[in-house]
Design a protein around this ligand. Structure first.
Ligand SMILES: NC(=O)c1ccc[n+]([C@@H]2O[C@H](COP(=O)([O-])OP(=O)(O)OC[C@H]3O[C@@H](n4cnc5c(N)ncnc54)[C@H](OP(=O)(O)O)[C@@H]3O)[C@@H](O)[C@H]2O)c1
Length: 332
């Protein structure tokens, strides 16, 4: 396992991070066996994974509870990243209460990386950043992060305070952050934690036809706004998406590597990316995906993947919000 420094913080984290949303959110991800979740977390630690990502909003706090339980006595061997919801960033006392509730659910004395899940009103950034700094000084959190902050929001946040990392939705099929958000992170020395690296399984080659993709995973701007669950009002680009997937699949077959592994390894070659947060709960999935941490794609392959996914990147444009159209976008 490779480890990289996380932005300007004192943390050095594994390039493969464990996404813990799946540990508890059965409404989104379907039924889970507790034993699988615990075995996956333990296997991840055995493999050298040191970063585990959750949020107060995942399954109403049950993801934090499940992660705390699954880490058990090995909690101090790893870093816990959790997130505060934007509505709890509006007043300092709300932020503090949210942090204390997360600490309780996780069963820990400190959260290693505490992230603002989505930007709140920038007029509140200064107060929120100051309260996070107080929580850090008190030892309740060890580093401050943000998530889903575009270039403008990140600039404003860095004027108000500091952060070590920015979590961004980033994968071979969604490269919008490359236009502005990722360069802004690099300019500020903020590490990028890439989420949805497998496009929720689509980049694992699980489905050959759009109709087979579960509805919850078919709400992004790739899909037609006629599909139920979408809210972006755009035409989507389903044919181009499937052609792109097919071309990625052909290249993976040529390499003799599973698509999920290549998708993660490609992200690890992108400038500014510290770590890739991969969701998955079964030890078998984890084992398959972990191999990505040791796969180094050479420049020629990275360039070919860039070329294959370039037209899709261009079609989806610079809006880094995967789910909302230009007028409704939450990421600026
Ligand atoms: N900051 C944010 O706003 C934000 C947003 C989304 C996610 N996140 C974080 O990022 C993490 C990862 O994102 P994500 O879970 O949404 O997307 P993801 O990592 O792209 O996809 C995870 C899903 O892909 C499937 N999968 C994983 N490995 C596979 C394999 N080898 N073969 C086939 N299918 C495979 C699994 O689906 P099944 O469970 O159906 O098998 C798994 O649940 C989350 O857990 C969360 O911690 C953050």
């Amino acid at each position: 396992m490779e480890y990289r420094p996380l932005g300007n913080s004192e943390l050095t984290v594994s390039v493969y991070a464990f996404g813990a949303w799946q540990l508890a959110d059965t409404a989104y991800w379907g039924e889970r066996a507790d034993a699988d979740a615990e075995a996956a977390v333990q296997a991840a630690i055995d493999a050298g994974v040191t970063l585990f990502d959750t949020a107060e909003s995942y399954a109403g706090g049950r993801s934090e509870e499940a992660l705390g339980k699954a880490l058990g006595t090995r909690r101090n061997d790893v870093f816990i990243a959790s997130k505060v919801s934007p509505e709890h960033c509006l007043r300092p006392e709300m932020l503090r209460a949210a942090c204390e509730a997360s600490l309780k659910r996780l069963g820990t004395a400190a959260i290693d990386l505490y992230q603002v899940h989505w930007p709140c009103d920038p007029a509140r950034f200064e107060n929120a950043a100051a309260e996070l700094m107080r929580l850090k000084d008190e030892g309740k959190i060890r580093a401050i992060g943000v998530s889903n902050f575009g270039a403008r929001h990140l600039d404003a946040w860095m004027q108000a305070g500091t952060c070590a990392s920015n979590q961004l939705g980033y994968n071979l099929l969604f490269r919008a952050v490359e236009y502005e958000a990722a360069p802004a992170c690099r300019d500020h020395g903020v590490g990028i934690l890439a989420y949805m690296p497998l496009m929720q399984g689509i980049l694992a080659g699980r489905w050959d036809r759009v109709d087979e993709i579960p509805e919850m995973r078919r709400r992004t701007r790739h899909f037609s706004s006629e599909r139920s669950g979408t809210r972006h009002g755009e035409p989507g680009c389903e044919a181009l998406l499937m052609q792109t997937l097919e071309a990625i699949g052909a290249l993976c077959r040529e390499l003799g590597e599973p698509m999920a592994r290549v998708a993660i390894a490609w992200l690890l070659r992108q400038p500014g990316v510290t770590s890739v947060i991969v969701g998955g709960r079964t030890p078998a999935q984890l084992e398959r995906n972990l191999a990505a941490a040791s796969l180094v794609l050479d420049d020629a392959i990275v360039l070919r993947l860039n070329a294959i996914t370039g037209p899709l990147k261009e079609r989806l444009g610079a809006n880094p919000d995967m789910w909302c159209g230009e007028t409704e976008r939450r990421i600026h």
